[in-house]
Design a protein around this ligand. Structure first.
Ligand code: 13P
Ligand code: SF4
Length: 347
Protein backbone atom coordinates (compact mmCIF):
# COMPACT_ATOMS: atom_id res chain seq x y z
CA UNK A 1 0.00 0.00 0.00
CA UNK A 2 0.99 3.58 -0.68
CA UNK A 3 2.40 5.11 2.48
CA UNK A 4 3.89 8.43 3.48
CA UNK A 5 5.99 6.81 6.17
CA UNK A 6 7.08 3.30 5.15
CA UNK A 7 10.33 4.29 3.40
CA UNK A 8 11.20 6.88 6.04
CA UNK A 9 10.75 4.30 8.81
CA UNK A 10 12.95 1.80 7.00
CA UNK A 11 15.62 4.49 6.42
CA UNK A 12 15.64 5.37 10.13
CA UNK A 13 15.84 1.67 11.06
CA UNK A 14 18.93 1.36 8.85
CA UNK A 15 20.47 4.35 10.55
CA UNK A 16 19.90 2.94 14.04
CA UNK A 17 21.19 -0.52 13.11
CA UNK A 18 21.37 -2.99 16.04
CA UNK A 19 20.76 -0.27 18.66
CA UNK A 20 17.03 -0.39 17.81
CA UNK A 21 14.47 -3.21 17.91
CA UNK A 22 10.80 -2.90 16.98
CA UNK A 23 8.53 -5.43 18.71
CA UNK A 24 4.88 -6.00 17.83
CA UNK A 25 1.89 -7.98 19.07
CA UNK A 26 -0.05 -10.03 16.50
CA UNK A 27 -3.07 -7.69 16.81
CA UNK A 28 -1.17 -4.79 15.24
CA UNK A 29 -2.21 -3.49 11.83
CA UNK A 30 -0.34 -4.66 8.70
CA UNK A 31 1.14 -1.17 8.21
CA UNK A 32 2.95 -1.71 11.52
CA UNK A 33 3.72 -5.42 11.20
CA UNK A 34 5.78 -4.82 8.06
CA UNK A 35 8.28 -2.83 10.15
CA UNK A 36 8.36 -5.15 13.16
CA UNK A 37 11.59 -7.11 13.87
CA UNK A 38 10.12 -9.36 16.57
CA UNK A 39 6.44 -10.36 16.50
CA UNK A 40 4.76 -12.60 19.03
CA UNK A 41 1.95 -13.42 21.40
CA UNK A 42 2.06 -12.04 24.94
CA UNK A 43 4.19 -14.90 26.31
CA UNK A 44 6.66 -14.90 23.43
CA UNK A 45 7.13 -11.14 23.62
CA UNK A 46 7.95 -11.41 27.34
CA UNK A 47 10.30 -14.37 26.77
CA UNK A 48 12.13 -12.53 23.95
CA UNK A 49 13.23 -9.71 26.26
CA UNK A 50 16.04 -11.82 27.66
CA UNK A 51 17.80 -12.02 24.29
CA UNK A 52 17.54 -8.35 23.29
CA UNK A 53 20.63 -6.15 23.59
CA UNK A 54 19.34 -3.07 21.72
CA UNK A 55 19.39 0.21 23.62
CA UNK A 56 16.04 1.31 22.15
CA UNK A 57 13.01 -0.98 22.11
CA UNK A 58 9.92 0.37 20.36
CA UNK A 59 6.94 -1.67 21.46
CA UNK A 60 3.94 -1.75 19.12
CA UNK A 61 1.12 -2.98 21.29
CA UNK A 62 -0.70 -1.73 24.37
CA UNK A 63 0.60 -0.16 27.57
CA UNK A 64 0.72 -3.23 29.84
CA UNK A 65 2.92 -5.01 27.25
CA UNK A 66 5.39 -2.11 27.06
CA UNK A 67 5.39 -1.96 30.87
CA UNK A 68 6.18 -5.69 31.12
CA UNK A 69 8.92 -5.25 28.52
CA UNK A 70 10.45 -2.43 30.60
CA UNK A 71 10.16 -4.56 33.72
CA UNK A 72 12.11 -7.37 32.04
CA UNK A 73 14.57 -5.07 30.20
CA UNK A 74 18.08 -4.31 31.43
CA UNK A 75 18.07 -1.05 33.41
CA UNK A 76 19.86 0.91 30.68
CA UNK A 77 17.44 -0.19 27.91
CA UNK A 78 14.65 2.20 26.97
CA UNK A 79 11.19 1.03 25.93
CA UNK A 80 8.88 3.29 23.91
CA UNK A 81 5.16 2.96 23.16
CA UNK A 82 4.30 5.07 20.08
CA UNK A 83 0.96 6.08 21.65
CA UNK A 84 1.10 6.22 25.45
CA UNK A 85 -2.71 6.23 25.42
CA UNK A 86 -2.89 2.72 23.93
CA UNK A 87 -4.33 0.99 26.97
CA UNK A 88 -6.18 -2.34 27.30
CA UNK A 89 -9.87 -2.21 28.14
CA UNK A 90 -9.56 -5.45 30.12
CA UNK A 91 -6.51 -4.33 32.11
CA UNK A 92 -8.41 -1.18 33.09
CA UNK A 93 -11.12 -3.29 34.71
CA UNK A 94 -8.82 -4.01 37.68
CA UNK A 95 -7.90 -0.81 39.51
CA UNK A 96 -4.94 -1.74 41.74
CA UNK A 97 -6.45 -0.18 44.82
CA UNK A 98 -9.67 -2.18 44.45
CA UNK A 99 -7.68 -5.41 44.10
CA UNK A 100 -5.70 -4.60 47.23
CA UNK A 101 -8.91 -3.98 49.19
CA UNK A 102 -10.57 -7.17 47.92
CA UNK A 103 -7.56 -9.38 48.73
CA UNK A 104 -7.24 -7.81 52.20
CA UNK A 105 -10.96 -8.35 52.91
CA UNK A 106 -10.95 -11.97 51.77
CA UNK A 107 -7.78 -12.67 53.77
CA UNK A 108 -9.23 -10.95 56.86
CA UNK A 109 -12.29 -13.18 56.45
CA UNK A 110 -9.92 -16.14 56.82
CA UNK A 111 -9.87 -17.47 53.26
CA UNK A 112 -6.43 -18.08 51.78
CA UNK A 113 -6.34 -17.22 48.09
CA UNK A 114 -3.49 -17.29 45.60
CA UNK A 115 -3.85 -14.52 42.99
CA UNK A 116 -3.15 -15.46 39.37
CA UNK A 117 -3.12 -12.47 37.05
CA UNK A 118 -3.49 -12.62 33.31
CA UNK A 119 -0.62 -10.61 31.81
CA UNK A 120 -3.23 -8.04 30.71
CA UNK A 121 -2.89 -6.06 33.95
CA UNK A 122 -1.07 -2.93 35.08
CA UNK A 123 2.32 -2.97 36.79
CA UNK A 124 0.62 -1.95 40.05
CA UNK A 125 -1.68 -4.99 39.86
CA UNK A 126 1.23 -7.31 39.07
CA UNK A 127 3.03 -5.90 42.13
CA UNK A 128 0.05 -6.67 44.40
CA UNK A 129 -0.18 -10.17 42.94
CA UNK A 130 3.56 -10.74 43.47
CA UNK A 131 3.37 -9.43 47.04
CA UNK A 132 0.64 -11.99 47.83
CA UNK A 133 2.64 -14.94 46.49
CA UNK A 134 0.87 -15.05 43.13
CA UNK A 135 2.03 -15.11 39.53
CA UNK A 136 1.23 -13.90 36.05
CA UNK A 137 -0.03 -16.09 33.21
CA UNK A 138 -0.84 -15.65 29.53
CA UNK A 139 -3.42 -17.39 27.36
CA UNK A 140 -0.83 -19.94 26.23
CA UNK A 141 0.18 -21.09 29.72
CA UNK A 142 -2.94 -20.34 31.79
CA UNK A 143 -3.67 -24.06 32.38
CA UNK A 144 -0.14 -24.77 33.55
CA UNK A 145 -0.11 -21.67 35.76
CA UNK A 146 -3.52 -22.46 37.27
CA UNK A 147 -2.18 -25.91 38.21
CA UNK A 148 0.84 -24.14 39.72
CA UNK A 149 -1.43 -21.80 41.70
CA UNK A 150 -3.41 -24.76 43.11
CA UNK A 151 -0.08 -26.19 44.23
CA UNK A 152 0.39 -23.04 46.37
CA UNK A 153 -3.02 -23.02 48.08
CA UNK A 154 -6.58 -24.32 48.03
CA UNK A 155 -8.25 -21.52 46.12
CA UNK A 156 -7.23 -19.16 43.36
CA UNK A 157 -8.28 -15.62 42.52
CA UNK A 158 -8.05 -15.36 38.73
CA UNK A 159 -8.04 -11.86 37.26
CA UNK A 160 -9.15 -9.90 35.27
CA UNK A 161 -10.62 -12.25 32.65
CA UNK A 162 -13.48 -14.42 33.87
CA UNK A 163 -13.82 -15.90 30.37
CA UNK A 164 -10.24 -17.16 30.22
CA UNK A 165 -10.64 -18.24 33.87
CA UNK A 166 -13.78 -20.26 33.11
CA UNK A 167 -12.21 -21.82 30.02
CA UNK A 168 -9.14 -22.92 31.96
CA UNK A 169 -11.34 -24.02 34.88
CA UNK A 170 -13.13 -26.30 32.38
CA UNK A 171 -9.81 -27.79 31.24
CA UNK A 172 -8.94 -28.65 34.85
CA UNK A 173 -12.46 -29.97 35.54
CA UNK A 174 -13.25 -27.47 38.33
CA UNK A 175 -16.99 -27.92 39.04
CA UNK A 176 -19.22 -24.94 38.17
CA UNK A 177 -20.48 -24.79 41.78
CA UNK A 178 -16.88 -24.39 42.97
CA UNK A 179 -16.53 -21.15 40.97
CA UNK A 180 -17.59 -17.67 41.96
CA UNK A 181 -17.38 -14.30 40.19
CA UNK A 182 -16.79 -11.46 42.66
CA UNK A 183 -19.01 -8.41 42.72
CA UNK A 184 -16.16 -5.90 42.72
CA UNK A 185 -18.21 -2.72 42.60
CA UNK A 186 -17.70 -0.19 45.42
CA UNK A 187 -14.15 -1.41 46.03
CA UNK A 188 -15.41 -4.89 46.83
CA UNK A 189 -18.15 -3.60 49.13
CA UNK A 190 -20.55 -6.32 47.97
CA UNK A 191 -18.51 -9.46 48.61
CA UNK A 192 -20.56 -12.65 49.11
CA UNK A 193 -18.50 -14.49 51.73
CA UNK A 194 -20.61 -17.69 51.66
CA UNK A 195 -19.99 -18.05 47.94
CA UNK A 196 -16.31 -17.14 48.43
CA UNK A 197 -15.97 -19.82 51.14
CA UNK A 198 -17.42 -22.49 48.82
CA UNK A 199 -15.33 -21.51 45.81
CA UNK A 200 -12.05 -23.04 44.64
CA UNK A 201 -11.82 -20.71 41.66
CA UNK A 202 -12.75 -17.07 42.18
CA UNK A 203 -12.92 -14.60 39.30
CA UNK A 204 -12.55 -10.87 39.06
CA UNK A 205 -15.47 -9.62 36.97
CA UNK A 206 -13.45 -8.54 33.93
CA UNK A 207 -13.34 -9.43 30.26
CA UNK A 208 -12.00 -8.33 26.90
CA UNK A 209 -14.93 -6.45 25.32
CA UNK A 210 -13.70 -7.44 21.87
CA UNK A 211 -13.87 -11.19 22.60
CA UNK A 212 -16.89 -10.91 24.91
CA UNK A 213 -18.84 -9.79 21.87
CA UNK A 214 -18.58 -13.17 20.12
CA UNK A 215 -21.95 -14.89 20.43
CA UNK A 216 -23.30 -18.41 20.04
CA UNK A 217 -25.35 -17.10 17.09
CA UNK A 218 -22.10 -16.32 15.25
CA UNK A 219 -21.05 -19.96 15.64
CA UNK A 220 -24.48 -21.30 14.63
CA UNK A 221 -24.54 -19.06 11.56
CA UNK A 222 -21.07 -20.17 10.43
CA UNK A 223 -21.76 -23.87 11.08
CA UNK A 224 -24.83 -23.61 8.84
CA UNK A 225 -23.18 -21.56 6.12
CA UNK A 226 -19.87 -23.52 6.07
CA UNK A 227 -20.65 -27.04 7.34
CA UNK A 228 -17.19 -28.27 6.29
CA UNK A 229 -15.35 -25.51 8.18
CA UNK A 230 -13.46 -25.82 11.47
CA UNK A 231 -13.89 -23.02 14.02
CA UNK A 232 -11.06 -21.81 16.28
CA UNK A 233 -11.24 -18.99 18.81
CA UNK A 234 -9.18 -17.17 21.43
CA UNK A 235 -9.90 -18.30 25.03
CA UNK A 236 -10.87 -14.73 25.99
CA UNK A 237 -14.21 -15.67 24.34
CA UNK A 238 -17.05 -16.76 26.66
CA UNK A 239 -17.09 -20.46 27.61
CA UNK A 240 -20.30 -21.15 25.61
CA UNK A 241 -18.34 -20.17 22.49
CA UNK A 242 -15.20 -22.14 23.32
CA UNK A 243 -17.30 -25.26 24.05
CA UNK A 244 -18.88 -25.09 20.60
CA UNK A 245 -15.75 -24.64 18.54
CA UNK A 246 -13.02 -27.02 17.37
CA UNK A 247 -10.17 -25.51 19.35
CA UNK A 248 -9.14 -22.49 21.40
CA UNK A 249 -5.77 -20.93 22.11
CA UNK A 250 -3.51 -17.90 22.11
CA UNK A 251 -2.79 -15.78 19.05
CA UNK A 252 0.26 -17.93 18.23
CA UNK A 253 -1.90 -21.08 18.47
CA UNK A 254 -4.38 -19.55 15.99
CA UNK A 255 -1.53 -18.64 13.64
CA UNK A 256 -0.23 -22.23 13.89
CA UNK A 257 -3.64 -23.68 13.11
CA UNK A 258 -3.81 -21.59 9.94
CA UNK A 259 -0.27 -22.60 8.94
CA UNK A 260 -1.06 -26.28 9.36
CA UNK A 261 -4.27 -26.08 7.26
CA UNK A 262 -4.17 -27.72 3.82
CA UNK A 263 -5.32 -26.52 0.41
CA UNK A 264 -9.12 -26.58 0.28
CA UNK A 265 -9.58 -26.23 4.08
CA UNK A 266 -11.97 -23.59 5.43
CA UNK A 267 -11.18 -22.08 8.84
CA UNK A 268 -13.35 -19.72 10.81
CA UNK A 269 -11.27 -17.79 13.34
CA UNK A 270 -12.67 -15.81 16.26
CA UNK A 271 -10.25 -13.19 17.52
CA UNK A 272 -9.14 -9.62 16.84
CA UNK A 273 -9.81 -8.75 13.19
CA UNK A 274 -6.36 -7.42 12.20
CA UNK A 275 -4.86 -10.85 12.87
CA UNK A 276 -7.69 -12.79 11.19
CA UNK A 277 -7.70 -10.58 8.09
CA UNK A 278 -3.92 -11.01 7.80
CA UNK A 279 -4.22 -14.80 8.08
CA UNK A 280 -6.95 -14.70 5.40
CA UNK A 281 -4.70 -12.77 3.01
CA UNK A 282 -1.58 -14.86 3.65
CA UNK A 283 -3.24 -18.27 3.32
CA UNK A 284 -5.59 -17.42 0.45
CA UNK A 285 -2.52 -17.68 -1.82
CA UNK A 286 -2.20 -21.39 -1.07
CA UNK A 287 -5.90 -22.21 -1.34
CA UNK A 288 -6.81 -22.07 2.37
CA UNK A 289 -9.89 -20.01 3.20
CA UNK A 290 -9.80 -18.10 6.52
CA UNK A 291 -13.01 -16.31 7.51
CA UNK A 292 -13.44 -14.04 10.56
CA UNK A 293 -16.07 -15.25 13.03
CA UNK A 294 -16.94 -11.59 13.45
CA UNK A 295 -15.37 -9.25 10.90
CA UNK A 296 -15.54 -6.01 12.91
CA UNK A 297 -13.74 -7.23 16.03
CA UNK A 298 -11.00 -4.60 16.02
CA UNK A 299 -9.27 -3.66 19.27
CA UNK A 300 -9.44 0.15 19.31
CA UNK A 301 -6.35 0.46 21.49
CA UNK A 302 -4.14 -1.82 19.39
CA UNK A 303 -5.21 0.32 16.40
CA UNK A 304 -3.90 3.48 18.05
CA UNK A 305 -0.39 2.54 16.93
CA UNK A 306 -0.16 3.92 13.40
CA UNK A 307 2.69 4.16 10.94
CA UNK A 308 2.73 7.94 11.44
CA UNK A 309 3.20 7.55 15.21
CA UNK A 310 5.83 4.86 14.74
CA UNK A 311 7.75 7.21 12.44
CA UNK A 312 7.42 10.08 14.92
CA UNK A 313 8.72 7.87 17.74
CA UNK A 314 11.80 6.87 15.73
CA UNK A 315 12.40 10.47 14.74
CA UNK A 316 12.12 11.57 18.39
CA UNK A 317 14.51 8.85 19.54
CA UNK A 318 17.01 9.98 16.90
CA UNK A 319 16.63 13.59 18.11
CA UNK A 320 16.97 12.48 21.74
CA UNK A 321 13.55 13.81 22.71
CA UNK A 322 11.39 10.67 22.91
CA UNK A 323 9.74 9.80 26.24
CA UNK A 324 10.43 6.22 27.29
CA UNK A 325 7.99 4.18 29.40
CA UNK A 326 8.72 4.80 33.08
CA UNK A 327 7.86 2.33 35.82
CA UNK A 328 7.42 3.03 39.52
CA UNK A 329 10.58 1.78 41.27
CA UNK A 330 8.67 0.87 44.44
CA UNK A 331 6.65 -1.73 42.52
CA UNK A 332 9.43 -3.25 40.45
CA UNK A 333 10.52 -6.01 42.81
CA UNK A 334 7.05 -7.46 43.53
CA UNK A 335 5.82 -7.07 39.94
CA UNK A 336 8.94 -8.71 38.55
CA UNK A 337 8.58 -11.56 41.01
CA UNK A 338 5.09 -12.33 39.66
CA UNK A 339 6.35 -12.33 36.05
CA UNK A 340 9.49 -14.31 36.83
CA UNK A 341 7.41 -16.99 38.60
CA UNK A 342 5.64 -17.51 35.27
CA UNK A 343 8.78 -17.39 33.14
CA UNK A 344 10.59 -19.86 35.43
CA UNK A 345 7.64 -22.25 35.55
CA UNK A 346 7.01 -22.10 31.79
CA UNK A 347 10.56 -21.95 30.43
P1 13P B 1 -2.10 -13.55 23.32
O1 13P B 1 -1.27 -12.97 22.22
O2 13P B 1 -1.23 -13.97 24.44
O3 13P B 1 -3.00 -14.64 22.86
O4 13P B 1 -2.99 -12.35 23.92
C1 13P B 1 -4.12 -11.85 23.33
C2 13P B 1 -4.48 -10.48 23.77
O5 13P B 1 -5.59 -10.12 23.90
C3 13P B 1 -3.44 -9.52 23.99
O6 13P B 1 -4.02 -8.32 24.25
FE1 SF4 C 1 -7.06 -5.73 25.77
FE2 SF4 C 1 -8.85 -7.14 24.38
FE3 SF4 C 1 -7.49 -5.18 23.20
FE4 SF4 C 1 -6.24 -7.47 23.89
S1 SF4 C 1 -7.86 -7.24 22.39
S2 SF4 C 1 -5.51 -5.37 24.21
S3 SF4 C 1 -7.35 -7.95 25.77
S4 SF4 C 1 -8.95 -4.95 24.91
Amino acid sequence: TLSLYADKIEALKQKFGPSLVIMGHHYQQDEIMRHVDLAGDSLQLAQMMDGIDAEHIVFCGVHFMAESAKLLAKPEQKVYLPDMGASCLMAEMVPAQALDVVIEKISAHGKKIVPLAYVNTSLAVKAIVGKHGGAVCTSSNAKKMLEWAYGQGESVLFLPDRNLGNNVGNMLGIAQDKRHTLDVRNNGGNLDYDAIDRAELIFWDGCCPIHEFFKEEHIAFMRQKYPQAKIYVHPECPQEIVEKCDGAGSTSYLIDVAEKARKGDVLIIGTEANLVNRLARVHEKRGVTVIPLFAEAFCPDMAKITEGLLYKTLEDIAANKACPVEIDGSMVEDAKESLVRMLNHCA
